[in-house]
Design a protein around this ligand. Structure first.
Ligand SMILES: Cc1ncc(COP(=O)(O)O)c(C=O)c1O
Length: 505
């Protein structure tokens, strides 16, 4: 189910909302809302399993995969959606994904081993990322599709491929970057990944020379979310090189256009825009500060003028996930007479591979934390101190700007008139969970639980560390049975096949 804009759905228009207490409600799947409304269960889980606690909703990934598959089907496209497993370590999510038709994109030897044990046959796995010899050797032995980063890696594969079991050819994609801008001008960005497209002729020569040991599947690239200008010229270059390879007797069958599709974190566009406007007003000194130590989150004031750029992601997109992907492949390609990627790929019976990570994890997880206590900061800011730290939400790197949901246990509540800032459990300055102020109705106090929504992608377990010997979060998987009753499993014990087969009813 795609989540509607809450402002449009609400009777209460946010036009009238109190700008002194701006809200950014999180976009939330009804299954997550139902889980959070079972307060007894939420408290018993945090009390029993500890804080922080990551809650995975594995069935959401299946729903989202279905939407991406529909984009393929509507355009009669063949190819593989490789779920990029890097943004989250959950076994439950991998196991759930393994019951669908997607492949898995792994980025390390450890992730490859985890993919194999999560039920992915090697035929369904693609290996990306920087590779050491052990990672490469395991890929070759398992005949995993290797997305080759550079010449040195390609040469190592050529040397090892002749030792592959049963003499199978090593299956590879070749990752490129440094594409020419074409008609659209953009500033070239440096990257540590991929091989410069200008070196493609030399790569092709090597592939032709070693076509008895290397099975070349095609060219690939990956750009981060929002990088729309660079994609069409990159796709054009990959397609042109594919045709060149065919002329030279190679048999590439696919292009791989990577991941980088967005998530809509905020429920409501008006609320999001209002918060950002209020943030700018606070940096200009036109209202009370909204950021910790007046940091401005990337904005600053110079000679009375607002400067800088936000250091947080855009939290509301009209087109996210599969719609974002669809718009990429429907964009006309000038070098192909304005035909779209989807059209060129399907007319030539190529396969289109993609590697979405973040987008497939939309609505797949939340992070719960116990409130240790509340207090005032030295300068009088209302703080709520959580039993988690910034590594548990990757807060230094990624700023989650949506309002957490507070589940109050304490009946003796005090109003949070001036807003609240969430602080962590490290004996270090600046262990902030969020660097901005949010406005819950009441101050979260000892024993309350705070839920950060939509943390599965790159947030809940991407950078967590046992810093100061603090706990890293346990992970559980939560599903609803056919009667709507909630069930939970330790993440590693969740087994969708056993549940579907009635073996673990
Ligand atoms: C090669 C590659 N593919 C796919 C992804 C997934 O990107 P995203 O999570 O933005 O979809 C990444 C992320 O860094 C990547 O490096």
């Amino acid at each position: 189910m795609k989540i509607a804009d809450q402002c449009l759905a609400d009777d209460l228009s946010t036009q009238a909302a109190d700008r002194s207490r701006p809200k950014v409600r999180p976009a939330m799947h009804p299954a997550i809302e139902r889980f959070l409304s079972d307060e007894k269960l939420v408290f018993s889980l945090v009390d029993g399993l500890g804080s922080p606690l990551n809650v995975i909703f594995p069935r959401q990934i299946e729903e989202t995969i279905g939407r991406f598959e529909r984009v393929y089907k509507d355009r009669q496209l063949q190819g593989t959606i490789f779920y990029t497993s890097k943004p989250n370590k959950s076994h439950a999510l991998k196991k759930q994904a393994s019951t669908t038709k997607v492949g898995l994109d792994v980025s390390s030897e450890g992730e490859l081993k985890s993919a194999l044990t999560s039920g992915f046959h090697p035929d369904r796995i693609e290996a990306t990322g920087p590779k050491n010899i052990d990672y490469l050797a395991l890929c070759i032995q398992q005949n995993v599709l290797i997305n080759v980063d550079n010449f040195a890696e390609l040469k190592q594969i050529v040397r090892m491929a002749s030792y592959s079991p049963k003499g199978r050819k090593a299956r590879i994609l070749m990752r490129l970057d440094g594409f020419e801008p074409g008609r659209v001008k953009f500033t070239a960005q440096d990257s540590a990944f991929g091989t410069p497209v200008k070196d493609a002729p030399a790569i092709i020569d090597l592939l032709v020379e070693h076509k008895d040991t290397i099975d070349f599947h095609g060219f690939s690239f990956h750009f981060n979310a929002g990088d729309y200008i660079r994609r069409p010229p990159a796709i054009e270059a990959c397609l042109q090189l594919t045709f060149r390879c065919i002329e030279l007797g190679l048999t590439p069958s696919a292009i791989d256009i990577g991941g980088g599709y967005r998530i809509r974190y905020a429920a409501c566009q008006d609320e999001w825009n209002t918060y950002v406007e209020e943030l700018k007003a606070s940096v200009l000194g036109n209202r009370d500060s909204l950021t910790w130590n007046d940091s401005g989150l990337g904005y600053y004031r110079e000679d009375g003028v607002l400067k800088g750029a936000p250091n947080f992601m855009e939290h509301y997109h009209k087109n996210d996930g599969h719609e974002d992907f669809a718009s990429v492949i429907d964009t006309p390609l000038p070098a192909f007479d304005g035909y779209s990627t989807a059209r060129i790929v399907s007319d030539n019976m190529f396969e289109l591979h993609i590697e979405p990570g973040r987008a497939l994890l939309d609505q797949c997880g939340i992070t719960l934390a116990h409130v240790n206590f509340d207090k005032q900061s030295i300068l009088g800011q209302q703080l709520s101190v959580l039993d988690m730290n910034r590594t548990n939400l990757n807060s230094t790197q990624l700023k989650l700007m949506t309002d957490p949901v507070v589940i109050y246990r304490n009946l003796d509540r005090k109003p949070a008139d001036k807003g609240v800032m969430y602080v962590g459990n490290l004996c270090l300055t600046h262990d902030m969970i969020q660097y901005h102020k949010t406005f819950p109705e009441f101050v979260p106090q000892t024993g309350d639980a705070v839920a950060f929504i939509n943390t599965a992608a790159y947030q809940m377990d991407f950078a967590e560390a046992h810093v100061l010997e603090q706990a890293i979060a346990k992970k559980i998987a939560v599903i609803e049975d056919e009667n709507g009753a909630l069930r939970w499993f330790l993440d590693e014990l969740y087994n969708p096949m056993a549940i579907a087969g009635g073996i673990k009813p």
